[in-house]
Design a protein around this ligand. Structure first.
Ligand SMILES: *Cc1c(COP(=O)(O)O)cnc(C)c1O
Length: 445
């Protein structure tokens, strides 16, 4: 779209005007459809997700050896699922609306190795690349015990290869740590908003950190450029990678097993709503894909974004996807929610998933901080600001009875729903940083 066309276009769409005014928005997606109708547009299948699960199973012995903190789960990187009833009560009061059903938290914030949702996709993509290289070189067979990879011989082999990635922080942390542990020569291109402690942690782990004064988009472009001129350098493309997406998607089947263990039923009378913070879209998109495969039409996925960075909402609402950025509308893409400070959404994820997402909403940084403070106060759980974006979702959704009924959800089933907030990060935030977040949280309440 030409610059001169943007203003008249915004003027014609009240939702875009509210977006530009940085108002919190809740938008139910009119293109949301059944799994059967939406799946062909994804371009990936249940078999692809199953193959990703198998690859992670092959690598589990390696991960258990290289990262002893994964030994309790046998080298499988997975997070706990917990009920947060005190938070549910506190938010019933805050929002003046009694939420039927049950509020749960998925603690990707406390995933091993990198303490965020990026421990799913980022690590999976590096493992996939490492396996491909080792298989092609004839050094490994898929039937081998992969603890073999935790050796000087393999570190030497991988040290001939480079990996590059652009990141606002958490993706860099995941990819940097796993790549360096395998032996790769890895560079993380970090945007201005990336936290100093993340850069420091990467350097301590033997990762090259390249810093930029600009935002995420610039960091990614520079990473891409470095790799383009170097055949031994593999660029991890957060904006378009199907491999990353599949690494996230494995979460769906695993959550289904956790639900079964905890006796939580999901069916037409007991729908499941999942609230996912969205940055570029790969993490929430991949998880949502896995959830849809696992729970079919009984799961409703809702994306949450900061009012200052509503890139996926803008891309899907307009149908322009990565053809438009929030900055094109004069929105500044400045938010304290580092993982979500993305101005242009993934075109791949938007196009793949736009028929399988039920709703989108935005919330202010102040609200994320207030929710951060409340979760600490009522559940003694500490997360980073991004990870609270989903926490307002259940009350947003429950307030839109008419839109829900248009998507086939009545009051009776809503009263028996499970609301799952995906806590995407915070487990590795240093105590001094967390103290600042908590102080901001208290101030925002
Ligand atoms: C990366 C990230 C997200 C969003 O994931 P995308 O793939 O960028 O959409 C959400 N929360 C946290 C804490 C993150 O690090």
């Amino acid at each position: 779209m030409q610059k001169s066309q943007i203003q008249p276009w915004v003027a014609q769409h009240p939702l875009l005007q509210r977006m530009v005014a940085l108002e919190p928005i809740t938008w139910f997606n009119p293109r949301a459809t059944t799994l059967a109708a939406g799946l062909p547009h994804v371009g990936l299948t249940a078999a692809d997700v199953a193959a990703a699960e198998q690859r992670l199973a092959r690598f589990a012995p390696y991960l258990a050896a290289a990262f002893p903190e994964t030994q309790p789960t046998g080298g499988i990187i997975e997070s706990d699922l917990v009920a947060i009833p005190a938070m549910q009560q506190a938010l019933d009061r805050r929002f003046g609306l009694r939420l039927g059903g049950k509020l749960l938290l998925k603690k990707d914030s406390h995933l091993p190795i990198s303490g965020s949702i990026k421990a799913r996709g980022g690590i999976y993509e590096v493992l996939t690349h490492a396996e491909t290289l080792a298989l092609e070189a004839g050094l490994l067979q898929t039937g081998d015990d992969y603890t073999r990879l935790f050796s000087d011989e393999f570190r030497q082999f991988f040290s001939q290869y480079r990996i590059a990635v652009g990141s606002t922080g958490n993706l860099g942390l995941s990819i940097g740590i796993i790549s360096a542990r395998l032996g790769f020569d890895v560079s993380v291109h970090m945007s201005a908003d990336a936290r100093a402690w993340k850069k420091q942690k990467l350097r301590e782990n033997g990762v090259t950190v390249v810093e930029y004064a600009e935002d995420y988009g610039v960091a990614v472009e520079q990473g891409r450029k470095q790799a383009a001129n170097d055949p031994r350098c593999f660029f991890i493309d957060d904006e378009n990678s199907q491999t990353l997406f599949l690494g996230y998607a494995v979460a769906g089947g695993r959550l289904k097993r956790q639900f079964a263990e905890q006796g939580i039923v999901v069916d037409a009378q007991h729908p499941l709503f999942v609230y996912l913070p969205c940055g570029v879209g790969g993490g929430p998109g991949g998880v949502a894909f896995g959830l849809k495969l696992a729970f079919g039409d009984h799961v409703h996925c809702i994306f949450a974004e900061p009012t200052h960075s509503p890139c996926m909402l803008l891309g899907v609402y307009s149908g322009l996807h990565d053809g438009i950025a929030v900055q094109d509308l004069g929105i500044d893409n400045r938010t304290a929610a580092d993982g979500l400070a993305v101005g242009r959404a993934s075109g791949f994820v938007g196009r793949a998933m736009e028929r399988l997402l039920s709703a989108f909403y935005t919330l202010s940084d102040e609200e994320m901080f207030a929710l951060l403070g409340l979760l600490d106060k009522h559940e003694h759980l500490q997360l980073e600001p991004s990870a609270l974006a989903g926490m307002a979702g259940p009350w947003r959704v429950a307030a839109h009875v008419k839109a829900l009924s248009e998507q086939g959800i009545n009051a009776e089933s809503l009263a028996q729903a499970t609301h799952l907030v995906w806590a995407t990060g915070g487990g590795m935030v240093p105590p001094a940083e967390m103290a600042k977040y908590l102080a901001a949280g208290q101030a925002a309440e």
